[in-house]
Design a protein around this ligand. Structure first.
Ligand SMILES: *[C@@H]1O[C@H](CO)[C@@H](O)[C@H](O)[C@H]1NC(C)=O
Ligand SMILES: *[C@@H]1O[C@H](CO)[C@@H](O)[C@H](O)[C@H]1NC(C)=O
Ligand SMILES: *[C@@H]1O[C@H](CO)[C@@H](O)[C@H](O)[C@H]1NC(C)=O
Ligand SMILES: *[C@@H]1O[C@H](CO)[C@@H](O)[C@H](O)[C@H]1NC(C)=O
Ligand SMILES: *[C@@H]1O[C@H](CO)[C@@H](O)[C@H](O)[C@H]1NC(C)=O
Ligand SMILES: *[C@@H]1O[C@H](CO)[C@@H](O)[C@H](O)[C@H]1NC(C)=O
Length: 405
């Protein structure tokens, strides 16, 4: 019983306290917002221009859609301005120095983001403003923006991107509404890590522009979002496997013709390179202007593997020429020099010559039968192909990978 009473007393006193402070608040808001029209820009003598100061905190990069070139960000926007019509003397109102009011109670600048692909600056019309007795208004709100951002994928996956976030009043000219940046860099202290992108810096600039529509200047604030892709995933899942697969293509030259796998190895390598090429192409904008160097790499290796398939087919064809006669000039001008260059020893591969007589033809290819000559020639071509493949692949890789900046 006594306990209930004490609860009651506490309740009544708290309620009374609320009531009394609330009535002061009500008196204050009634006085301040009496005759105040939130749809009209505050205008007083000596305050012809509203000076909006903006600060931006980047909370999260939600998504970067390279094919559509759209970036989605979670931002915290902090706006500050002086509304000369919203002032009071705190000592008249129990020393209340600031008021929190819904956004539609006060005039707010019509800040928009240019290049937006979503409907509006979400959040600008949803939160509450903090009004101080001297007219200073703080309006902080979170927002999610989706904007168009030109993506240059030349260096994919070692690329850096820059997305300008341009904020400005849509209707007020610079004479009526001036905008200033609070800090020359956006606040990154509340940043949540993105798995693929690192936000390296976000410097801010103020621009004053004249558009053909009106002679008055328009002010905008541009935050340049510098992004750096974390390449680890692509290195491990695309670049390394594709280099290993390309190296496998060299094995095609080393396989003996009898194995019957020379061509199928090359074709398998080409198919798997195509799969990687598609994986990369899927993530990039279908642009003609900036061809990704990685795409050039795949095209290059595909062409190389295609050419080596031709060589393999030629090698197999020549190998099974049989007893047909090899013309003298071919023997002299092609077979002999090739055998010398590639250090091919005819005896290593011919069986018939051994059967007939046991002369060893270590350095000469003159006394071989026709079939052996053809086989020797095919092996020479195989070796030349191997050397050329390795040389071209090395040069191509060096050229392409040194172009990454
Ligand atoms: C609020 O205003 C009313 C009438 O204007 C006055 O009677 C009342 O005392 C005021 N309340 C406070 C807490 O000042
Ligand atoms: C607007 O505010 C900024 C920063 O607070 C200040 O540097 C600038 O002088 C102000 N401009 C006007 C016209 O009051
Ligand atoms: C308001 O502040 C002044 C000076 O700080 C103080 O003397 C006065 O008692 C305060 N009034 C109320 C209602 O708290
Ligand atoms: C409102 O602004 C005043 C002055 O800038 C500050 O002292 C106060 O803490 C703010 N209130 C809130 C709830 O942010
Ligand atoms: C083949 O070699 C053996 C020993 O290596 C030799 O005795 C024989 O005379 C050789 N035959 C011919 C046809 O040269
Ligand atoms: C190569 O073939 C031609 C004609 O088919 C034949 O006349 C010649 O003797 C052959 N040469 C050898 C070394 O077998």
């Amino acid at each position: 019983m006594a306990r209930n009473m004490s609860y009651m007393i506490i309740f009544i006193s708290v309620f009374g306290l609320c009531l009394s402070s609330k009535s002061t608040l009500i008196n204050l808001t009634t006085a301040v917002f009496n005759d105040y029209d939130p749809s009209i820009r505050p205008y007083c003598q000596g305050h012809e221009q509203v000076n909006v100061t903006m600060d931006l905190a980047v909370r999260q990069l939600i998504d970067m859609n390279e094919p559509d070139q759209i970036i989605k960000l979670n931002l915290w926007i902090r706006l500050r301005w002086i509304d000369c019509l919203l002032t009071w003397t705190p000592s008249d109102y129990d020393n209340i120095t600031d008021l929190i009011v819904p956004f539609d109670k006060v005039w707010t600048p019509d800040i928009t983001i240019y290049d937006s692909v979503s409907e509006e600056l979400y959040g600008l019309e949803k939160f509450r403003a903090n009004v101080s007795y001297d007219g200073a208004i703080n309006y902080n709100f979170p927002t999610v923006i989706e904007i168009q951002c030109q993506v240059d994928v030349t260096n994919f996956p070692f690329d850096r991107q820059m997305c300008p976030l341009q904020f400005g009043s849509w209707i007020y000219t610079g004479n009526l509404l001036d905008m200033n940046i609070e800090n020359d860099h956006a606040d990154l202290s509340a940043l949540k890590e993105n798995v693929e992108w690192e936000i390296s810096k976000v410097p801010a600039e103020k621009h004053i522009k004249k558009y053909s529509l009106s002679s008055d200047p328009f002010v905008d604030l541009t935050y340049n979002l510098y992004l750096k892709r974390k390449p680890r995933y692509y290195e491990a899942n695309i670049i390394l496997p594709s280099i290993i697969i390309t190296l496998l293509a060299t094995l095609g030259f080393l396989l003996p013709v009898d194995s019957g796998e020379k061509v199928s190895l090359e074709v398998t390598v080409m198919l798997s390179l195509t799969v990687f090429q598609l994986l990369v192409a899927d993530r990039l904008p279908p642009s003609d202007e900036a061809r990704p160097l990685l795409g050039e790499f795949f095209t290059f290796t595909l062409i190389l593997c295609g050419l080596s398939t031709f060589v393999q087919v030629a090698v197999i064809n020549i190998y099974y020429r049989g007893d047909r006669k090899m013309s003298g000039w071919m023997n002299k001008l092609i077979l002999k020099p090739l055998a010398k260059i590639t250090l091919t020893k005819a005896t290593l591969l011919n069986q018939k010559a051994h059967d007939d007589d046991n002369t060893t033809n270590d350095d000469s290819v003159d006394d071989l039968d026709n079939a052996t000559k053809w086989q020797t020639l095919s092996i020479c071509i195989d070796r030349v192909g191997l050397i050329l493949f390795i040389v071209i692949l090395t040069i191509g890789c060096i050229v392409i990978f040194t172009h990454f900046t």
